[in-house]
Design a protein around this ligand. Structure first.
Ligand code: ADP
Ligand code: MG
Length: 323
Protein backbone atom coordinates (compact mmCIF):
# COMPACT_ATOMS: atom_id res chain seq x y z
CA UNK A 1 0.00 0.00 0.00
CA UNK A 2 2.73 2.39 0.98
CA UNK A 3 4.65 1.60 -2.17
CA UNK A 4 1.56 2.16 -4.25
CA UNK A 5 1.11 5.56 -2.59
CA UNK A 6 4.68 6.46 -3.42
CA UNK A 7 4.20 5.47 -7.03
CA UNK A 8 1.02 7.51 -7.22
CA UNK A 9 2.96 10.45 -5.80
CA UNK A 10 5.57 10.09 -8.50
CA UNK A 11 2.76 10.82 -10.89
CA UNK A 12 4.69 12.12 -13.88
CA UNK A 13 6.98 9.10 -14.19
CA UNK A 14 4.88 6.03 -13.88
CA UNK A 15 6.24 4.15 -16.85
CA UNK A 16 8.09 4.65 -20.15
CA UNK A 17 4.96 5.95 -21.87
CA UNK A 18 4.64 8.75 -19.33
CA UNK A 19 8.29 9.70 -19.85
CA UNK A 20 7.74 9.80 -23.60
CA UNK A 21 4.63 11.91 -23.10
CA UNK A 22 6.45 14.49 -20.99
CA UNK A 23 9.43 14.70 -23.34
CA UNK A 24 7.27 14.99 -26.43
CA UNK A 25 5.07 17.66 -24.85
CA UNK A 26 8.22 19.64 -24.10
CA UNK A 27 9.30 19.28 -27.72
CA UNK A 28 5.91 20.49 -28.93
CA UNK A 29 6.06 23.41 -26.49
CA UNK A 30 9.49 24.25 -27.94
CA UNK A 31 7.88 24.69 -31.34
CA UNK A 32 9.21 21.51 -32.95
CA UNK A 33 7.83 20.61 -36.38
CA UNK A 34 9.62 17.24 -36.50
CA UNK A 35 9.96 14.87 -33.55
CA UNK A 36 11.62 11.47 -33.48
CA UNK A 37 10.90 9.02 -30.67
CA UNK A 38 12.98 5.87 -30.30
CA UNK A 39 12.58 3.21 -27.65
CA UNK A 40 14.36 -0.02 -26.84
CA UNK A 41 13.14 -2.75 -24.50
CA UNK A 42 9.78 -1.08 -24.17
CA UNK A 43 11.47 2.18 -23.23
CA UNK A 44 12.74 0.74 -19.97
CA UNK A 45 16.33 0.55 -21.25
CA UNK A 46 16.29 3.42 -23.72
CA UNK A 47 14.12 6.35 -24.75
CA UNK A 48 15.37 9.04 -27.11
CA UNK A 49 13.32 12.03 -28.16
CA UNK A 50 14.83 14.35 -30.76
CA UNK A 51 13.24 17.61 -31.80
CA UNK A 52 13.98 20.56 -34.07
CA UNK A 53 12.49 23.08 -31.65
CA UNK A 54 14.01 26.15 -30.07
CA UNK A 55 16.55 24.36 -27.86
CA UNK A 56 17.60 25.30 -24.33
CA UNK A 57 20.09 28.07 -23.64
CA UNK A 58 23.41 26.90 -22.25
CA UNK A 59 23.04 28.41 -18.78
CA UNK A 60 19.46 27.22 -18.52
CA UNK A 61 20.23 23.55 -19.08
CA UNK A 62 21.08 22.51 -15.49
CA UNK A 63 18.28 24.74 -14.18
CA UNK A 64 15.70 22.98 -16.32
CA UNK A 65 16.31 19.84 -14.23
CA UNK A 66 15.48 21.48 -10.93
CA UNK A 67 12.07 20.90 -9.41
CA UNK A 68 9.54 23.56 -10.38
CA UNK A 69 11.82 24.89 -13.06
CA UNK A 70 9.56 25.98 -15.85
CA UNK A 71 9.88 28.61 -18.52
CA UNK A 72 6.15 28.39 -19.16
CA UNK A 73 4.52 29.69 -16.01
CA UNK A 74 2.88 32.70 -17.64
CA UNK A 75 1.35 30.50 -20.26
CA UNK A 76 -0.10 27.82 -18.01
CA UNK A 77 -3.60 29.24 -18.22
CA UNK A 78 -3.84 29.62 -21.95
CA UNK A 79 -1.92 26.54 -22.94
CA UNK A 80 -4.19 24.90 -25.50
CA UNK A 81 -6.93 26.56 -23.47
CA UNK A 82 -6.89 23.59 -21.14
CA UNK A 83 -5.03 24.20 -17.92
CA UNK A 84 -2.59 22.07 -15.96
CA UNK A 85 -1.79 18.87 -17.75
CA UNK A 86 1.74 18.41 -16.56
CA UNK A 87 3.01 21.93 -17.04
CA UNK A 88 4.39 22.42 -13.60
CA UNK A 89 8.12 22.18 -14.09
CA UNK A 90 8.32 18.67 -12.67
CA UNK A 91 8.96 16.40 -15.59
CA UNK A 92 12.69 16.75 -16.14
CA UNK A 93 13.49 16.77 -12.43
CA UNK A 94 11.33 13.70 -11.81
CA UNK A 95 12.61 11.74 -14.79
CA UNK A 96 16.26 12.54 -14.12
CA UNK A 97 15.87 11.46 -10.50
CA UNK A 98 15.02 7.90 -11.53
CA UNK A 99 17.11 7.33 -14.65
CA UNK A 100 20.36 8.03 -16.44
CA UNK A 101 19.69 11.05 -18.59
CA UNK A 102 21.54 12.90 -21.25
CA UNK A 103 20.61 16.05 -23.14
CA UNK A 104 22.13 17.57 -26.23
CA UNK A 105 20.65 20.91 -27.09
CA UNK A 106 21.38 24.02 -29.09
CA UNK A 107 19.41 27.20 -29.66
CA UNK A 108 19.28 28.85 -33.05
CA UNK A 109 21.54 31.75 -32.15
CA UNK A 110 24.20 29.81 -30.21
CA UNK A 111 27.39 28.76 -31.97
CA UNK A 112 27.76 25.53 -30.05
CA UNK A 113 25.45 23.25 -28.20
CA UNK A 114 25.61 21.65 -24.77
CA UNK A 115 25.79 18.06 -23.68
CA UNK A 116 24.60 17.48 -20.14
CA UNK A 117 24.55 14.18 -18.28
CA UNK A 118 22.58 13.65 -15.08
CA UNK A 119 22.11 10.30 -13.34
CA UNK A 120 19.78 9.70 -10.45
CA UNK A 121 19.49 13.46 -10.08
CA UNK A 122 23.29 13.93 -9.89
CA UNK A 123 25.04 16.05 -12.46
CA UNK A 124 27.79 14.05 -14.20
CA UNK A 125 28.92 16.15 -17.13
CA UNK A 126 28.41 19.52 -18.75
CA UNK A 127 30.33 20.20 -21.94
CA UNK A 128 30.09 22.20 -25.11
CA UNK A 129 29.53 20.16 -28.25
CA UNK A 130 28.65 20.71 -31.85
CA UNK A 131 24.96 19.99 -32.36
CA UNK A 132 22.09 20.78 -34.70
CA UNK A 133 19.45 23.26 -33.54
CA UNK A 134 16.95 21.62 -31.24
CA UNK A 135 17.05 19.13 -28.43
CA UNK A 136 17.75 15.45 -27.93
CA UNK A 137 16.71 13.90 -24.62
CA UNK A 138 17.99 10.46 -23.85
CA UNK A 139 16.68 8.45 -20.91
CA UNK A 140 18.41 5.18 -20.03
CA UNK A 141 17.54 2.53 -17.46
CA UNK A 142 14.36 3.93 -16.04
CA UNK A 143 13.98 3.23 -12.30
CA UNK A 144 17.54 1.83 -12.09
CA UNK A 145 17.79 3.29 -8.58
CA UNK A 146 14.21 2.68 -7.44
CA UNK A 147 13.64 -1.08 -7.64
CA UNK A 148 10.27 -0.76 -5.92
CA UNK A 149 8.99 1.22 -8.86
CA UNK A 150 10.73 -0.94 -11.43
CA UNK A 151 8.71 -3.86 -10.05
CA UNK A 152 5.50 -2.25 -11.24
CA UNK A 153 6.62 -2.16 -14.84
CA UNK A 154 5.10 -4.74 -17.15
CA UNK A 155 6.97 -6.68 -19.82
CA UNK A 156 8.92 -4.74 -22.44
CA UNK A 157 6.29 -5.71 -25.00
CA UNK A 158 3.44 -4.35 -22.90
CA UNK A 159 5.33 -1.14 -22.10
CA UNK A 160 6.13 -0.69 -25.80
CA UNK A 161 2.43 -1.13 -26.49
CA UNK A 162 1.59 1.77 -24.16
CA UNK A 163 4.15 3.96 -25.89
CA UNK A 164 2.84 2.97 -29.32
CA UNK A 165 -0.72 3.78 -28.28
CA UNK A 166 0.40 7.18 -27.12
CA UNK A 167 2.36 7.84 -30.33
CA UNK A 168 -0.69 7.03 -32.42
CA UNK A 169 -2.89 9.42 -30.45
CA UNK A 170 -0.19 12.02 -30.79
CA UNK A 171 0.09 11.68 -34.56
CA UNK A 172 -3.71 11.83 -34.88
CA UNK A 173 -3.95 14.93 -32.71
CA UNK A 174 -1.01 16.85 -34.24
CA UNK A 175 -1.22 16.34 -37.99
CA UNK A 176 0.94 19.43 -38.45
CA UNK A 177 3.99 17.81 -36.80
CA UNK A 178 6.07 15.13 -38.49
CA UNK A 179 6.53 12.19 -36.11
CA UNK A 180 8.91 9.32 -36.54
CA UNK A 181 8.59 6.47 -34.07
CA UNK A 182 11.06 3.61 -33.83
CA UNK A 183 10.99 0.49 -31.69
CA UNK A 184 14.20 -1.54 -31.38
CA UNK A 185 15.58 0.14 -34.49
CA UNK A 186 12.49 -0.47 -36.63
CA UNK A 187 10.32 2.39 -37.86
CA UNK A 188 6.76 1.84 -36.67
CA UNK A 189 5.21 5.13 -37.66
CA UNK A 190 6.27 8.04 -39.81
CA UNK A 191 3.96 10.94 -40.53
CA UNK A 192 4.67 13.80 -42.89
CA UNK A 193 3.38 16.71 -40.83
CA UNK A 194 1.44 17.90 -43.88
CA UNK A 195 -1.74 18.35 -41.84
CA UNK A 196 -3.67 15.73 -43.74
CA UNK A 197 -5.60 13.70 -41.16
CA UNK A 198 -6.53 11.00 -43.64
CA UNK A 199 -2.84 10.35 -44.38
CA UNK A 200 -2.16 9.93 -40.67
CA UNK A 201 -5.08 7.53 -40.26
CA UNK A 202 -3.80 5.61 -43.27
CA UNK A 203 -0.30 5.43 -41.76
CA UNK A 204 -1.63 4.03 -38.51
CA UNK A 205 -4.56 1.84 -39.47
CA UNK A 206 -3.75 0.96 -43.06
CA UNK A 207 -5.56 1.22 -46.34
CA UNK A 208 -8.54 -0.97 -45.43
CA UNK A 209 -9.86 1.42 -42.85
CA UNK A 210 -9.34 4.55 -44.95
CA UNK A 211 -11.54 3.16 -47.71
CA UNK A 212 -14.44 3.03 -45.29
CA UNK A 213 -14.26 6.54 -43.88
CA UNK A 214 -16.78 9.33 -44.09
CA UNK A 215 -15.50 12.89 -43.72
CA UNK A 216 -17.46 14.99 -41.23
CA UNK A 217 -17.49 18.69 -40.52
CA UNK A 218 -19.90 20.39 -38.19
CA UNK A 219 -20.40 23.70 -36.43
CA UNK A 220 -22.99 24.79 -33.88
CA UNK A 221 -23.09 27.01 -30.80
CA UNK A 222 -19.35 27.60 -30.66
CA UNK A 223 -18.58 23.90 -31.03
CA UNK A 224 -16.79 22.87 -34.19
CA UNK A 225 -16.00 19.29 -35.12
CA UNK A 226 -13.88 18.00 -38.00
CA UNK A 227 -12.63 14.56 -38.84
CA UNK A 228 -13.55 11.14 -40.13
CA UNK A 229 -15.95 8.48 -38.98
CA UNK A 230 -15.94 4.87 -40.05
CA UNK A 231 -18.87 3.36 -41.92
CA UNK A 232 -20.60 0.86 -39.64
CA UNK A 233 -18.88 -1.97 -41.53
CA UNK A 234 -15.78 -1.19 -39.48
CA UNK A 235 -16.98 -2.62 -36.19
CA UNK A 236 -14.45 -3.31 -33.47
CA UNK A 237 -14.56 -5.40 -30.35
CA UNK A 238 -13.31 -2.56 -28.15
CA UNK A 239 -13.31 1.19 -27.84
CA UNK A 240 -9.69 1.71 -28.86
CA UNK A 241 -10.81 3.11 -32.18
CA UNK A 242 -12.92 5.88 -30.72
CA UNK A 243 -10.49 8.78 -30.93
CA UNK A 244 -11.43 12.33 -30.07
CA UNK A 245 -9.40 15.42 -29.39
CA UNK A 246 -10.44 18.64 -27.79
CA UNK A 247 -8.45 21.70 -28.75
CA UNK A 248 -5.66 19.40 -29.88
CA UNK A 249 -5.59 17.25 -26.79
CA UNK A 250 -6.43 13.56 -26.58
CA UNK A 251 -9.11 13.16 -23.92
CA UNK A 252 -11.65 10.73 -22.58
CA UNK A 253 -15.25 11.69 -22.08
CA UNK A 254 -18.25 9.58 -21.09
CA UNK A 255 -20.56 12.08 -22.75
CA UNK A 256 -18.79 11.90 -26.10
CA UNK A 257 -18.49 8.14 -25.89
CA UNK A 258 -22.21 7.86 -25.28
CA UNK A 259 -23.14 10.29 -28.06
CA UNK A 260 -20.95 8.42 -30.56
CA UNK A 261 -22.19 4.98 -29.60
CA UNK A 262 -25.86 6.00 -29.49
CA UNK A 263 -25.59 7.48 -32.98
CA UNK A 264 -24.10 4.23 -34.29
CA UNK A 265 -26.49 1.99 -32.35
CA UNK A 266 -29.05 1.45 -35.13
CA UNK A 267 -26.22 0.20 -37.38
CA UNK A 268 -24.07 -1.80 -34.97
CA UNK A 269 -24.30 -5.16 -33.30
CA UNK A 270 -24.17 -5.23 -29.53
CA UNK A 271 -20.69 -4.99 -28.02
CA UNK A 272 -19.28 -3.64 -31.26
CA UNK A 273 -17.72 -0.21 -31.45
CA UNK A 274 -17.07 2.19 -34.32
CA UNK A 275 -13.98 3.90 -35.62
CA UNK A 276 -14.05 7.66 -35.24
CA UNK A 277 -11.40 10.34 -35.31
CA UNK A 278 -12.89 13.68 -34.35
CA UNK A 279 -11.25 17.00 -33.64
CA UNK A 280 -13.29 19.36 -31.47
CA UNK A 281 -12.66 23.06 -31.09
CA UNK A 282 -14.47 24.31 -28.03
CA UNK A 283 -13.94 27.55 -26.16
CA UNK A 284 -11.82 27.26 -23.03
CA UNK A 285 -14.48 28.34 -20.55
CA UNK A 286 -16.76 25.60 -21.75
CA UNK A 287 -14.45 22.80 -20.65
CA UNK A 288 -12.78 21.58 -17.52
CA UNK A 289 -10.05 18.99 -17.47
CA UNK A 290 -9.43 16.98 -14.36
CA UNK A 291 -6.25 18.40 -12.87
CA UNK A 292 -4.56 15.06 -12.30
CA UNK A 293 -1.94 14.87 -15.05
CA UNK A 294 -2.39 11.19 -15.76
CA UNK A 295 -6.14 11.48 -16.17
CA UNK A 296 -7.51 12.75 -19.39
CA UNK A 297 -11.15 12.93 -18.37
CA UNK A 298 -12.78 16.12 -19.55
CA UNK A 299 -15.99 17.78 -18.40
CA UNK A 300 -18.17 20.22 -20.31
CA UNK A 301 -20.11 23.21 -19.00
CA UNK A 302 -22.84 22.51 -21.50
CA UNK A 303 -22.94 18.74 -21.79
CA UNK A 304 -26.19 18.71 -23.73
CA UNK A 305 -24.81 20.88 -26.52
CA UNK A 306 -21.73 18.73 -26.99
CA UNK A 307 -23.75 15.53 -26.85
CA UNK A 308 -26.30 16.78 -29.37
CA UNK A 309 -23.72 18.18 -31.75
CA UNK A 310 -21.89 14.86 -31.82
CA UNK A 311 -25.01 12.72 -32.06
CA UNK A 312 -26.61 14.85 -34.78
CA UNK A 313 -23.44 15.05 -36.83
CA UNK A 314 -22.86 11.30 -36.84
CA UNK A 315 -26.52 10.44 -37.41
CA UNK A 316 -26.65 12.76 -40.40
CA UNK A 317 -23.44 11.42 -41.91
CA UNK A 318 -24.48 7.79 -41.46
CA UNK A 319 -27.99 8.28 -42.84
CA UNK A 320 -26.65 10.05 -45.95
CA UNK A 321 -23.88 7.62 -46.76
CA UNK A 322 -23.92 5.36 -49.79
CA UNK A 323 -23.75 1.78 -48.65
P1 ADP B 1 7.60 22.26 -17.86
O1 ADP B 1 7.37 21.61 -19.18
O2 ADP B 1 6.44 22.11 -16.92
O3 ADP B 1 8.05 23.69 -17.98
P2 ADP B 1 9.74 20.36 -17.59
O4 ADP B 1 10.40 19.78 -16.41
O5 ADP B 1 9.03 19.44 -18.51
O6 ADP B 1 8.76 21.48 -17.09
O7 ADP B 1 10.81 21.18 -18.42
C1 ADP B 1 11.55 22.20 -17.78
C2 ADP B 1 11.98 23.27 -18.76
O8 ADP B 1 13.00 22.75 -19.62
C3 ADP B 1 10.90 23.76 -19.69
O9 ADP B 1 10.13 24.79 -19.11
C4 ADP B 1 11.69 24.24 -20.89
O10 ADP B 1 12.15 25.56 -20.68
C5 ADP B 1 12.90 23.34 -20.91
N1 ADP B 1 12.78 22.25 -21.90
C6 ADP B 1 12.53 20.96 -21.63
N2 ADP B 1 12.49 20.22 -22.76
C7 ADP B 1 12.74 21.07 -23.78
C8 ADP B 1 12.86 20.92 -25.22
N3 ADP B 1 12.70 19.74 -25.82
N4 ADP B 1 13.14 22.04 -25.95
C9 ADP B 1 13.30 23.23 -25.34
N5 ADP B 1 13.21 23.43 -24.01
C10 ADP B 1 12.94 22.37 -23.23
MG1 MG C 1 7.14 19.65 -19.51
Amino acid sequence: QNTIDKIAAGEVVERPASVVKELVENAIDAGATAITVEIKEGGIAFIRVTDNGGGIEKEQVPLAFLRHATSKIERVEDLLQISSLGFRGEALSSISAVSQMEVITKTGDALTGVRYVIEGGREKLFEEVGAPNGTTMLVRNLFFNTPARAKFLKTAMTEAGYVSGYMEQLALSHQDISFKYMVNGQTKLHTSGNSNLKDVIYGIYGRDITRELLPVSFERLGISIEGFIGKPVIARGNRNFENYYINGRYVKSKILMKAIEEAYKPYMMQHKYPFVCLHYEIQGEEIDVNVHPTKMEVRFQNQGAVYNATYDMITEALSKREM
